[in-house]
Design a protein around this ligand. Structure first.
Ligand code: FAD
Ligand code: NAD
Length: 467
């Protein structure tokens, strides 16, 4: 079939949160934009990441709650033992995914963005070829090339994906629930999904190479999560590595830091040891871009080392978070449309949707000390918050970090039920340059978890009211 030639100002490779947001914003600003994706619009985030994982976590929480009501509940609620039809749960999750990915398609169309479905191959910095759906071959020439190809799950070479060894993608669409699930890696995915599977009824064992769970968060924050793992009956092997499946393929060989070896029976093994930027298989090497570790190196405008070639999102390395990809995408579109922008956020929030949830925005006390800042920090426990008591979840706390001299807020951390929803208040206060006095002097609605935010600031100023 003859090659069809197309021209555009901006060509975006990848329709994940980075790429599709860039394309929408560029379309809004009148930039002639074409977006190519070989898979479904919405990328990892909408199809096999953020959204489906949060849907499964919610379903697991509801099921767990129903089981508690069937045993004994201090609330006086009594229910029958619940059952779960996991096929139906997955179909419900898929329904949310299709609604959202369909919405992305509609938004792109509404803003005049052209789309092509197919895998792109880079010819040079201004030319890309696509084997489009139906065998049609496209050659696209562009003034600006935006790379937003995302990331893929890291595979353990001695235990590749396949059969009972699965990645988060398969774990998010179970056909049935494994009786025994071994999770490798106690990071974001391992714990979010490990906890969900436990609540759905699987026996879950987590093997983590580091000496503690969620090693990127400080220990005080992860303690309530550790306690929850114990309460849920999740078995944890810290300081342990996996070595592969046993010969029969039904056990995982594990080795401790002291060289003790044993085998864990497993119907499924979820490997969640990180994600790596997707840089191979589509001609990216040919551009010979400067790299930063495994990701493409970009400056504070997301420009790569080649003129008019841009990169955003997971392809550019850590932190691999959807909201960072979106913010970068929006900025690149504005720069291409002629606006002056830089990617200099005061902080990028990170939320781990474990039970309890963890939120980190800005600097921890340790990071402030390492930066040589004279900082004060203070925390307010949810045990002293009325709303937490009415929600039966008094574990956890909110912590604030501020400069000693002018009380400028440098960071917030929280762990507890539903604290993900506090991320907006935390980020806004840091981005707007709030001081402890600003937060302490803001009337926070009662009774809400947000009162703990105000109380943490009050406590840092030496006059908390409720502790
Ligand atoms: P992606 O979303 O990976 O999109 C890249 C797109 O590029 C894909 O659609 C792919 O098909 C396409 N593509 C790649 N190569 C080509 C090519 N050659 N031609 C055409 N198309 C191509 N982040 C959060 O912030 N919060 C969360 O709660 C969260 N939960 C997660 C849960 C899981 C299980 C996983 C796996 C990830 C989670 N993440 C979360 C991370 C988040 O999904 C990513 O940070 C985000 O999707 C990155 O966006 P992106 O646009 O850079 O890339
Ligand atoms: P991760 O980096 O969060 O955790 C990987 C864990 O595996 C670490 O604790 C690491 O010490 C451990 N590990 C590495 N090699 C190991 C080995 N051989 N044996 C045992 N343990 C080993 O990675 P992830 O959980 O795969 O998630 C990937 C990325 O996806 C995250 O870094 C994050 O950027 C993104 N994500 C974000 C969210 C969220 O924002 N809520 C949720 C899921 C995923």
């Amino acid at each position: 079939m003859a090659m069809k030639e197309l021209h555009c100002t901006l060509l975006v490779i990848g329709g994940g949160p980075g790429g599709y947001v860039a394309a929408i914003r560029a379309g809004q600003l009148g930039v002639d934009t074409l977006l190519v994706d070989g898979a479904a619009l919405g990328g990892t985030c909408l199809n096999i990441g953020c959204i489906p994982s949060k849907a499964l976590i919610h379903a697991a929480e509801e099921f767990d709650k129903a089981r508690h009501f069937a045993n004994s509940s201090p609330l006086g609620i009594q229910a029958m033992q619940p059952a779960i039809d996991i096929g139906k749960t997955v179909r419900w999750k898929d329904g949310i995914v299709s609604k959202l990915t369909g919405g992305v398609g509609a938004l792109l169309k509404k803003n005049g963005v052209k789309t092509a479905s197919g895998w792109a191959r880079i010819v040079d910095g201004k030319t890309v070829e696509v084997e489009a759906e139906g065998g049609e071959r496209l050659r696209i020439r562009c003034a600006h090339l935006l790379l937003a190809t995302g990331s893929t799950a890291v595979e353990l070479p001695f235990m590749p994906f396949g059969g009972r060894v699965i990645s988060s993608t398969e774990a998010l669409s179970p056909q049935s629930l494994p009786r025994r699930l071994v999770v490798v890696g106690a990071g974001y995915i391992g714990l979010e999904l490990g906890i969900a599977y436990r609540k759905l009824g699987s026996e879950v064992t987590v093997v983590e190479a580091a000496e503690r769970i969620l090693p990127t968060y400080d220990e005080e924050l992860t303690k309530p999560v550790m306690a929850a793992l114990r309460r849920l009956g999740i078995v944890l092997h810290l300081n342990h590595g996996v070595q592969g499946l046993t010969e029969g393929g039904d056990k995982v060989r594990v080795r401790s830091a002291h060289a003790d070896e044993f085998a864990l029976p497993a119907d499924q093994v979820l490997v969640a040891v990180g994600r790596a930027p997707r840089t191979a298989g589509f001609g990216l090497e040919g551009l010979m871009l400067e790299m930063a570790g495994r990701g493409v190196k970009v400056d504070d405008q997301c420009r790569t080392s080649m003129r008019d070639v841009w990169a955003i999102g997971d392809l550019t390395g850590e932190p691999m978070l959807a909201h960072r990809a979106m913010a970068q995408g929006e900025m690149v579109a504005e720069i291409i449309a002629g606006r002056r922008r830089r990617f200099q956020p005061a902080a990028i929030p990170a939320v781990c949707f474990t039970d309890p949830e963890v939120v980190v925005v800005g600097q921890t006390p340790q990071q402030a000390a390492e930066a040589g800042t004279d900082a004060i920090s203070s925390h307010f426990p949810f045990a002293a918050n009325g709303r937490s008591m009415t929600l039966e979840s008094t574990e956890g706390f909110v912590r604030v970090v501020a400069r000693q001299d002018n009380h400028l807020i440098l960071g917030w951390q929280a762990v507890g039920r539903s604290v993900s929803e506090l991320a907006a208040a935390f980020s806004q206060s840091i981005e707007l340059g709030a001081t402890l006095e600003d937060i302490a002097g803001t009337i926070h609605a009662h009774p809400t978890l947000g009162e703990a935010v105000q109380e943490a600031a009050l406590r840092a100023l030496g006059h908390a009211l409720h502790v």
